[in-house]
Structures are given as structure tokens and as C-alpha cells.
Design a protein around this ligand. Sequence first.
Ligand code: NAD
Length: 316
Amino acid sequence: MSGRVLVTGGAGFIGSHISEAYLRGGWDVVALDDLSRGHQRNLPAGARFVQADIRSPEARKLLADGGFDVLNHHAAQIDVRLSVDSPAFDASINLVGFVNLLEGAGEGGVKRVVFASSGGVVYGDPEVIPTPETAPKLPVSPYGVSKLSGEYYLRALAALRGFEGVAMRYANVFGPRQDPKSEAGVVSIFVSRLLADQKLIIFGDGRQTRDYVFVKDVARANVLASTAKIPSGSDLDSPAFNIATSRQRSVLELADTVGQVMGRKTEIEHAAARPGELFRSALDIGKAKAVLGWSPEFPFDDGLRELVTWFEKEAR
Ligand SMILES: NC(=O)c1ccc[n+]([C@@H]2O[C@H](COP(=O)([O-])OP(=O)(O)OC[C@H]3O[C@@H](n4cnc5c(N)ncnc54)[C@H](O)[C@@H]3O)[C@@H](O)[C@H]2O)c1
């Protein structure tokens, strides 16, 4: 099944892979981005590009008049620390911008909205690992609050305006085109530092764990979530899916694997642990498997090799 989709953040890391996956599935793709972080070179051939801010009347009008079946929303302010310093700025993009798009989606008769939420932040410090969708939500950063609030807005406006809403709660996504300057991209940071013969800096003892999912698996999940039958239910978690691998990997293990795959010796320097950082994190993906028929296909090392190859080409 295919149709016409607007991918916001389409010139960014995850959004560009999603645009590619939709095109492969036969969808008609329009990508919207203000290029504040994304790059036009990331866009796949075949996608039409609109440069606009999601907070603008132009973005809302595009959805109202564009004849889209699906809004796939990935544009965001993604920096947790910036959200701590400037929560109003974070909310202006991640909440007000999103609601502006939802109004346009309602006016334009969009059938489904797929929203990039974050399983890494909405659950706070979870007791159960791998964490299921139904775990208590307790985000600690303004970014986490804006992602969770986005899910609430989506749920309310879906019911009020008559479209379906789906929330994708990602673990740590990695792969080609991830900006090593973004603090979320520890895999990219390690690869780029090793290529530059620099030491890897690990905050704390390095035993903290994360769940790393490859971006092409994430893109495929988005295409499936655009047409799959979504469980009915008025609670927040019914239309939400963890997109992850369920496997925990410590930062020390990550550093080791990156060194092995790149055939380089890793030198590690420890820095002070970051306050508020989660100690363990992995997400339960049983629901995405059962409902979307999705599970991750890329072994971690294969994804890492693709990332390294991309970096080597970029550096030339
Ligand atoms: N990378 C991860 O591990 C991860 C994890 C959980 C959730 N997410 C979510 O996935 C989405 C994509 O993240 P990413 O890692 O690809 O980041 P990214 O920065 O590469 O992509 C975001 C894109 O949004 C664009 N953008 C920002 N503000 C905009 C605005 N006001 N109007 C229009 N475009 C704007 C940027 O230019 C960029 O291209 C975000 O919503 C993020 O919160 C990412």
C-alpha cells in the first residue's frame, strides 16, 4: 500500500532515510525542512523539497492543500541540553510547531500522522528493562516533556480532527548521515574520533547501557506504521511503538566494537559522569513485532560498517 506523504525533517538524519524508504515503497514523497540542521544533499532523488519552518503558516497550508494521506513528522529540536537551557525555544518547535502541522493535517484530511517520539526520554529512569510501552512516563528534560506532550496533542487532535495518530518511540538511532556534533550520536562521535586518530571520551565508568537501532530498520518501521492496522484504545500507549533492538550494550562494549570493526586501537579517556544520565536503557519491541510485523534486520556490526563507509566517503 502506498500514497502521498509529507516527511518533515526530511533533510535530516532519520527523515532522509525515511523519505528513501517511502520512495522505495512507491510513495509520492514531499520533504519539508528548514535546513537549520539538515542538508539538501541528504534528500533522495525523487523527493520534492519544500524549505519551510514547521511553525510557519506556509507549512500548515501545505498540509491543508497538499492532498497528503500521511504526515510523517520528524522535524524537531533534538538537543537535550539546549532544551534545558532554552525550554521555551524547544517547546516552540517541538510543541507549537507540531500542533501547527496537526491543524494543517486536520484541514487537509490527512488520514494518519506518524510522530517521532523517544523511548530514550519519555520513560524517565525505568524500573523494567527492556521497557514496555506501558511503563510509567516520567521525562526529566524539557525535550522529554515536549516529546511526551507531543504524543498527548497527537492523541487529542487525532480524536478531534478525525485522523489516526501513531507514536514511534525510538531507542538510540545510528547510521549514515548522523551528525557527530549531535550529542545523541555517540556511535557517530566514536567513529569520527577514531578516523581522526583521537581518543574516545567516556563519561563516567562506561558501564551505562543503551539500545542502538540502525536507521534503515527505523525507516522501514515508519513505512509499516503508515498503513498497518493500529490497536484501538483511548490510552496513550495503544498507538505507540518502541522501535529498538531490546539489547543493552555498554559504552565500553560500544567503544570496543567500533575499534574492532574499524581495525583501530581505541584509547579511552574517562570524564566526569553526566548528571541525570540514565544508567541502563533498552526497549521491549514485542508490540512492534506483533502489530507492525517489524523487527530489526541489521546486525549491529553491519550497520556500523555502513556508517564507517559513509564517513570515509564524506571525509574525502
Ligand atoms: N537520533 C535519535 O537517536 C533519535 C531518538 C529518538 C527520537 N528522535 C527524533 O527523531 C527525529 C529526527 O531526529 P534526527 O536524529 O534525524 O535529527 P536531525 O537533526 O538530523 O533531524 C531533524 C531535522 O529537522 C529539521 N528542523 C529542525 N527544526 C525545524 C523547524 N522548525 N522547521 C522545519 N525543520 C526543522 C532540521 O533541519 C533537521 O533536518 C526528531 O524528532 C528526534 O527528536 C531521534
